[in-house]
Design a binder for this molecule. Sequence first.
Ligand code: HPA
Length: 270
Amino acid sequence: MLSKINTAVSFIQHLYAPKPQVGIVLGSGLGSFTSEIVVEKEILYSDIPHFPISTVEGHSGKLIFGELGGKKVVAMAGRFHFYEGYGTDEVVFPIRVMKFLGIETLLVSNAAGGTNKHWKVGDLMIIKDHISQFTPNPLVGKNLTEFGPRFPDMSEPYKKVLIDKAKQIAATKNIFLREGVYFGVTGPTFETRAEYKMIELLGGDAVGMSTVQEVIAAVHMGLPVFAMSVITDIGIRDEENTITHDEVLQAAKDAEPKLTYIFAALIAQL
Ligand code: HPA
C-alpha cells in the first residue's frame, strides 16, 4: 500500500511540483466548484499509477491542481465509492495520496438524503459528526504507522474551528446552514422506509454513500477535515416517496453556488 502511494505521489510530483495545501473532494452534482480554481495542472486518474478509475455518472475522474483564495489546492473531480465495487483501500487511496502530496486540510462535499424530518431538499448541512458503523472501516487490516495509530481518536473528526469559520462565512452572506450527523451507508440502493426511520432513530440527520471512509482515513493521518452535505431528497417514512439519481443530481446543482461560496471563502481564510 505504502509503495503504491509513493509511486503515485512521485508520478504526480514529476508532472506538478508545487505542494498543495488543501485537498477537496467533490460530491455528486457538485463538480463545478472546480471552475473556481485557477487551474495549473489536471491529471487524469487513469494516468496515475495505482489510482482507481471513477465510473459513476456525474463524476469525471481527474485531479485538478491550481490556486484558489491564495492557496495551492488539489481537487478530486470524481471520487470512489464502495458501491462501485472498490475495496476500502481504493476508496481512500486518493486521500492518502493527497496527504502525502502535502495537504494540511481536507474539504469534502456530498449529496445526502435528509432523515431529519424538519429539513428540506436543497438545505446545506455542515457535518458535525458521522456514524460509520454500517460501512466497512478502511482501517481494518494491518495498521501502517506511516499513516497513523492503530486506534485513532474520533472525538472530533470534523474540526470545530473549521465549522465555526464556515458558520461565520455563511452568516455574512445570509446563507442558511443546517448542522448534523451524517450516517454512512454502502448503497447503491436508496433506503427503504424502515431504513430511513432506523437512521433517524439512531441519530442520523442525513444519509449518504460516501465520505465516512474518506474522513476516517484522513483523521487517521491527522488531517483536519471540514465537510458539507447538500440535502438532495428527504427520506419520508409515511408517504409515497421515490428517489432517482437524476433528482439527486438536480438538487445538488441547485444548491451548489452556496456550497461553492462557503468552500472558497473557507479556503481563503485557512
Ligand atoms: N440515501 C443515500 N444516499 C443518498 C441519498 C439517500 O437518500 N441521497 C443522496 N445520496
